[in-house]
Design a protein around this ligand. Structure first.
Ligand SMILES: *Cc1c(COP(=O)(O)O)cnc(C)c1O
Length: 715
């Protein structure tokens, strides 16, 4: 059966509820609990199935409307309240943080380019931490009223869904999104036609359609090459996020960078600031260079003109994350541009050299980003230092300890990640006015006033919800494997809410060392299967399709969870996404992170867990050394660097077992009065009170605005 695209305006909604369409097409609903509840009250089944209001409105049976129209005033008043809140949020006259800080600024927008945006589980155009950070960045820019526009790619097949088979192997299943069933609108040009941008490729042109995605007050523009105008070979260019083939990846990133600049031109947006979030969009400088040269500037003048209003954020010290292409491949694709510009293609290729000296080198997008930005930053203090060590040779005369690359520590969008029960408790103690105080440490000391029992009950309630989701996923997985009814029933009783529960969920990149905790299997078994004080550990995460060692790690953990004597103590939840992340960070007691220091540039999942009262148990890497104060979580291992990786793993795992056994488990199980672990709850409060204000996306956006956006825009 063919699915016919449904034009936006054709979604039928009763006149009385006409504004539901506006709500459905703005992701504001995704971080507003009352709005989610409203959609779920329309049809809980469809909501649970799609978690996407546009699908819900398309698929709803008319009798539901009758029920809501005739069923008393409850739904109607709920509807009116949500619409009122939405209109207030969107009202341009409502004072925002930005208007208050920069009342004189009438200027142009900050354009933020990112290859992934992780906004909600129903919009699978993200892979992991980088995308979720971009999503949180856009949401916080909206909350603060920052003049901001995002540019990205609309992947028809997205990133893969993960299915794990009986042997623990990861299988890759791709989406095939119908964009008309997502909260996206195709942009039209003045003639009422689809807005399409044109980019030169060797011997041909490739076209991309421009879609709009509303994130509160902020718009994202996403490019899609899967249109009839394109040659069949070019249509899949924007099909898969982090596509495996190098040439296709290059084509895609040329489209993001050059097509993205063209899209803003077509939309008559002239950015005051260009923010490249990671190197994937670095080809934007090629198009901007072309435009400046066409205006008559010299190459040097054009480079300087680009630098003065460009920012670059680097997100990883891991080589694989710093994208580089064979120079000959880049040459193949850049010639069409350099020929038109009248410059030697090697002049362009030199821009991607990691080392100023030396002959042919791979074309490194991080190097391009750093060269063309007058402000660049890492994503934690430690990462800033590491990045300067990695890249100092790009700055003439610089030492590795200089701070040519600054740092802005990441943060998370609080209303996206805070669980329902913890939020309710916070609002009882601090009032509903806490939004807008996200960055105020004094205000958050109020957390300490919350009654221990209440906080514990809220946490347990979130933990119950997390456990239900994990069980549900295990049941689904076992049923798919053809297991018998008894095995499936057994899965539905897994996980005990009264047992200390550790979460470990993230991409299965090997530097994150998901297997570290298994290094001394017998010791781990002794600790976690203790009859009185057991521990359960929930794992989740995908490995990139080309990452065999990452997939081996998954196989190893899954087979242990199913077949070893750790069965019932460790679990692997398949298909990690924003939804699983939300439940895990909201429900576990401890959030564990074991990267090989200093390769975790920031990490954000630990922040999401901390704001919900989970305690971080992490290697001193990324954001954690900035947050840890001895009363809000634990540090695994030491900061002392050891060259021998095996020795490092040995020491870190020993430290991990020692702390787990001697500190975490006693703190959790001892000193219980009326079922509530008093001492533990003090640590939870300390964690929330210090990490909510320090690591919110609001704080992050204020830092960017004060240190980078406004100094750049006001030049
Ligand atoms: C927050 C988040 C991440 C980032 O996790 P790290 O532990 O910081 O690497 C990755 N994936 C999803 C779905 C997330 O929500």
């Amino acid at each position: 059966m063919a699915i016919e695209p449904i034009p936006v305006a054709d979604i039928q909604v009763p006149q009385e509820f006409a504004r539901l369409r506006d709500l459905a097409y703005n992701l504001w609903w995704s971080w507003t609990p009352e709005a989610r509840l409203l959609f779920s009250n329309i049809d809980a089944y469809l909501w649970g199935r799609y978690r996407n209001p546009v699908e819900l409105l398309i698929n709803i049976e008319p009798h539901h409307w009758d029920r809501l129209l005739n069923g008393g005033g409850n739904f109607m008043s709920q509807y009116r309240k949500v619409i009122r809140d939405f209109d207030r949020y969107m009202n341009p006259d409502e004072p925002t943080w930005f208007q208050q800080q920069y009342p004189e600024y009438k200027g142009d927008k900050i354009a933020y380019f990112s290859t992934e945006f992780g906004l909600h589980e129903s919009l699978g155009i993200y892979c992991g931490g980088l995308g979720v950070l971009s999503g949180d960045h856009a949401k916080a820019a909206s909350d603060l009223g920052i003049p901001f526009v995002g540019v990205g790619v609309l992947y028809r097949k997205g990133y893969f869904h993960q299915a794990i088979d009986l042997d623990g192997r990861q299988h890759h299943i791709y989406n095939n999104f119908d964009f008309y069933r997502l909260p996206l609108r195709p942009m039209h040009n003045a003639a009422g036609r689809d807005l399409v941008v044109t980019v030169d490729y060797p011997d041909r042109q490739v076209y991309a359609r421009v879609w709009q995605l509303a994130v509160g007050r902020v718009q994202l523009y996403l490019l899609d090459t899967d249109i009839l105008e394109n040659d069949p070979g070019d249509r899949p260019m924007t099909s898969q996020l982090y596509v495996r083939g190098r040439e296709m990846r290059l084509c895609q990133e040329i489209m993001l960078g050059i097509g993205g600049v063209r899209a803003l031109q077509e939309l008559k947006i002239q950015p005051a600031v260009w923010h490249m979030n990671e190197g994937h969009s670095a080809f934007q400088v090629v198009e901007r260079m072309r435009a400046h040269l066409a205006e008559g500037m010299t190459w040097k003048e054009a480079s300087e003109a680009i630098r003065v209003n460009t920012l670059f954020t680097t997100h990883t010290p891991v080589p694989a994350g710093n994208e580089a292409f064979e120079a000959s491949l880049v040459e193949k694709y850049m010639r069409v541009f350099t020929d038109k510009m009248g410059v030697d293609v090697h002049q362009m290729l030199d821009l991607g050299k990691s080392y100023p000296e030396g002959g042919s080198q791979p074309f490194n997008l991080t190097a391009v980003g750093l060269r063309f930005s007058h402000y660049s930053n890492g994503v934690s203090k430690l990462h800033g230092e590491v990045a300067n060590h990695m890249w100092h040779h790009l700055y003439p005369g610089a030492k590795p300890t200089d701070q040519n690359i600054k740092s802005v520590t990441n943060g998370v969008h609080i209303t996206t990640w805070l669980g329902h029960d913890i939020r309710t408790i916070i609002e009882e103690a601090l009032g509903t006015g806490w939004i807008g105080h996200e960055d105020d440490p004094e205000f958050w000391k109020g957390i300490l006033k919350i009654r221990d029992k209440d906080l514990w009950a809220a946490h347990q309630s979130q933990k119950d919800r997390m456990i239900r989701l994990v069980r549900h996923r295990l049941v689904e997985q076992f049923a798919r494997h053809g297991k018998g009814p008894d095995s499936i029933r057994e899965m539905n009783r897994m996980l005990d809410p009264n047992v200390l529960t550790i979460g470990f969920a993230r991409r299965f990149a090997t530097y994150k060392r998901a297997g570290l905790i298994f290094r001394d299997y017998d010791r781990l078994r002794q600790i976690i299967t203790n009859a009185e004080h057991p521990v359960q550990i929930v794992f989740s995460g995908k490995a990139h399709p080309a990452d065999e060692p990452g997939q081996d790690l998954i196989r190893d953990i899954v087979t242990k969870a199913i077949y070893s004597d750790l069965k019932g103590y460790i679990f692997f939840v398949e298909d990690y996404d924003i939804r699983i992340a939300r439940h895990l960070v909201q429900g576990v007691d401890v959030w564990m992170n074991t990267p090989r220091r200093p390769r975790e540039a920031s990490g954000t999942s630990g922040m999401k867990a901390a704001i919900n009262g989970a305690l971080n148990f992490s290697v001193s890497d990324g954001w954690w050394p900035e947050a840890h104060n001895g009363k809000n979580g634990w540090i695994i291992g030491s900061e002392h660097h050891i060259d021998n990786e095996d020795e490092q793993d040995y020491r870190d795992s020993t430290s991990l077992y020692d702390i787990l056994q001697n500190q975490i488990i006693p703190l959790y199980y001892q000193n219980r009065t009326a079922g509530c672990p008093c001492e533990w709850v003090q640590w939870m409060k300390e964690s929330m009170a210090t990490i909510i204000p320090g690591f919110s996306a609001a704080r992050m956006l204020q830092d960017y605005t004060r240190d980078a956006y406004m100094p750049t825009a006001q030049r």
